[in-house]
Design a protein around this ligand. Structure first.
Ligand code: SF4
Length: 261
């Protein structure tokens, strides 16, 4: 079976426990304004412009992001790192884009990983109707589940359609008993206001077994990619956040008995 990916990152240490190989699947049905991988959003290969300068001369080069692989080809890439997984308690993480959009491909590669006793993780925004979700859960050790905002109007304005699907899928995954780390990208003006924080807490109360939360500070490292793709970066000049800027939201969740990762 073939799938579309756009990168394989080795020795990743922020995409789940231990040392991981992160596979980035192409295609996303959301359009978060702050997305730092806009080249991931189309399911098809995407052309990006690179401008090189040499003295006063400018050279333009086009590169194509994304390619098709078979599950066997991808598995042989993953297996190159197996020794690091065993020594560090790591494994493979499927990210994107939105990996659930390529559910049949994802399921097959998850099964191959499990056949090789490799720990698996899926990083998802969950806004996809997925008939294979239950079966995918059987082959997944950990979900990194994005909660961008718990306020529907803000979700629709800043992220796209699918707010209720996100909640439904999270409920299903929690119900199947999978380990879930809630990942919250902290975006000024979207979810780090007192109301935004309270809405997240009120929403997450529905699943009392989910206690692990990770906060990711807004950063603008992807801003230049928008220009190279001929897209508009809708966050304007908003400055990147630092770890220090997360103190308040972390403290708020700690007070509500969440474990902050
Ligand atoms: S869900 Fe992720 S990949 Fe998709 S648009 Fe949002 S930030 Fe980008």
């Amino acid at each position: 079976m073939r799938g579309n990916i756009f990168d394989i990152k080795r020795y990743a240490i922020h995409d789940g426990p231990g040392i991981r190989t992160t596979v980035f699947l192409k295609g996303c049905n959301l359009h978060c304004r702050w997305c730092h991988n806009p080249e991931s959003q189309s399911l098809q290969p995407t052309v990006m412009l690179q401008v090189h300068r040499l003295g006063d001369k400018e050279f333009r080069e086009e590169s194509t992001v994304g390619y098709s692989v078979t599950t066997e080809e991808l598995m042989s890439e993953i297996l190159k790192d197996q020794v690091f997984f065993e020594e560090s308690g790591g494994g493979v993480t499927f990210s994107g884009g939105e990996p659930l959009l390529q559910a049949p491909f994802l399921l097959e590669i998850l099964k191959l990983c499990k056949a090789h006793k490799i720990s698996t993780c899926i990083d998802t925004a969950g806004a996809v109707s997925c008939e294979m979700l239950e079966e995918i859960c059987r082959y997944t050790d950990l979900f990194l589940y994005d909660m961008k905002t718990a306020e529907e109007a803000k979700f629709t304005e800043f992220v796209g359609r699918g707010f209720h699907q996100v909640l439904e899928n999270l409920g299903c995954i929690a119900g199947y008993g999978n380990r879930v780390i809630i990942r919250i990208p902290v975006i000024p003006g979207v979810n780090n206001t007192p109301d935004g924080q309270q809405a997240l807490l009120d929403c997450l109360k529905q699943w009392p077994a989910l206690r692990e939360v990770e906060f990711l500070p807004y950063h603008r490292t992807g801003a230049d990619k928008y220009r190279r793709l001929g897209m508009t970066y809708e966050m304007g000049d908003l400055a990147s956040m630092t770890e220090k800027d997360l103190c308040e939201i972390k403290e708020c969740f700690r007070r509500n008995n969440y474990t902050i990762l």
